[in-house]
Design a protein around this ligand. Structure first.
Ligand code: SF4
Length: 401
């Protein structure tokens, strides 16, 4: 980055901002539940907490850097490109600290952020999931201090894409094409195709092997490919990359599927000319949380609560794991989604983050109940604790009446 005021390490104020962050986001019941082996009982409600949940290292680092930036530049106008992480509580707190958010464009299009509003001498914080190349370029050669909180795990994927780019391979990105991280990753490839899941990957591989209608292909992946993408040419040499927070097993399956497809089409001698191996670029934190969720669903639970922002990819995958195991699972982002009375407003898996909520009455049984709870990598412990307090209160109320 040509900008001389580019910072991606913070300002050495980590220890100073730590107490503030702990007071704001940690605490409540969580330390006690951890100490008790991730199990807690109050009245007739037994809670099983996933053994890995909540703030990941990358989010912790990004939040800390944002707090440090406020301290380092007490009088400057500070901007964040959209959200630093996908959590409403953290973003609201940063707004309270006077940090301004660069909104989406008029069409609510996450691809373009209006950086023209940033004044000379201002500070811009780039989020944990990274910024698109165009956004970085728009900030270059201006008198703007940049604090880049991009998680190193995301940067690892960018390195992977750079390898494909250098070898003139198309990057097949396993991710959500409208997610900021995937937008940032895709912006680093001249040629890419984003597939959401194994089903879409299979569709693409069928096209590679058997051909098909190019117009249908382009319509199906309308927002998910690079400019002038030609599936008849651009799928001859591919490598798989991913959004760091996808389901790990699925990314692996997609990688193997493309490898098998290229093997079948071009034969073993020519495989390396047509397929580059992805390696593992699912981040540790995502993997740990998914593994902990897989362990949690072995418990005899009556229902599961998954806590996290609705645009948080890793949270929705935790929710998906519970649902796949046949559990009643509720994805909520705050205690305010519970009540009034025995009512919960939650986001079904199939709804996009701007899609409608489902409201369910009488969701919590009055009888003795075992519930599982986990939270995504951008969720403060405080929120999980407040939700549990609300559940205990509701259960008590149901039995008092
Ligand atoms: S979920 Fe993983 S990639 Fe995302 S910020 Fe956390 S550690 Fe980094």
């Amino acid at each position: 980055m040509a900008n001389p005021s580019y910072n991606r390490k913070g300002f050495g104020l980590k220890d100073q901002v730590r107490p503030e962050i702990v007071a704001e986001y940690d605490g409540g019941l969580i330390p006690q539940i951890r100490e008790q082996g991730y199990k807690y009982q109050r009245g007739n409600v037994t809670v099983h907490l996933a053994e890995a949940f909540g703030f990941c290292w990358g989010v912790d680092r990004a939040v800390s850097m944002a707090y440090e930036t406020r301290r380092h530049y007490p009088d400057k106008t500070i901007w964040i490109t959209n959200e630093i992480i996908h959590n409403p509580m953290v973003n609201a707190k940063l707004k309270e600290m006077g940090i301004k958010f660069l909104d989406l464009d008029e069409q609510d299009n996450p691809k373009i952020k209006d950086l023209g509003i940033v004044g000379e001498g201002d500070v811009v914080i780039l989020p944990a999931f990274g910024a698109a190349v165009k956004e970085m370029e728009a900030l270059e050669n201006r008198d703007i201090a940049i604090v880049d909180t991009t998680c190193p795990w995301v940067a690892r994927v960018w390195n992977r894409v750079a390898k494909y780019e250098n070898a003139n391979f198309t990057a097949i990105i396993h991710g959500k094409y409208a997610h900021e991280e995937t937008i940032a990753t895709a912006s680093r490839a001249h040629c890419y195709l984003t597939v959401l899941n194994l089903e879409e990957a299979q569709w693409v591989c069928d096209y590679i092997l058997h051909g098909g209608d190019k117009a249908v292909f382009l319509a199906k992946f309308e927002h998910a490919h690079s400019l002038n993408f030609d599936p008849d040419v651009d799928l001859e040499r591919v490598g798989v990359a991913n959004q760091t927070t996808m389901l790990q097993g699925e990314t692996e399956q997609i990688g193997k599927l493309f490898e098998r497809t290229m093997l079948e089409k071009y034969g073993p001698q020519a495989l390396s000319e047509h397929y580059m191996s992805a390696g593992d670029t699912i981040c540790n934190a995502t993997q740990e949380r998914q593994d902990a969720m897989l362990k949690l669903v072995e418990e005899p639970l009556e229902l599961i609560i998954v806590v996290g922002g609705f645009n948080s990819s890793n949270t929705s995958h935790l929710h998906e794991i519970g649902l796949r195991q046949g559990f009643r699972s509720y994805h909520i982002d705050s205690p305010n989604r519970i009540g009034p009375g025995n009512r919960i407003e939650h986001k079904p898996l199939e709804a996009s983050h701007r899609g409608p909520f489902t409201v369910e009455e009488n969701w919590l049984p009055a009888h003795p109940v075992k519930i599982g709870i986990t939270s995504g990598a951008s969720t403060p412990d405080r929120v999980v604790s407040e939700i549990l307090e609300k559940v205990f209160m509701l259960h008590e109320m149901l039995n008092a009446g």
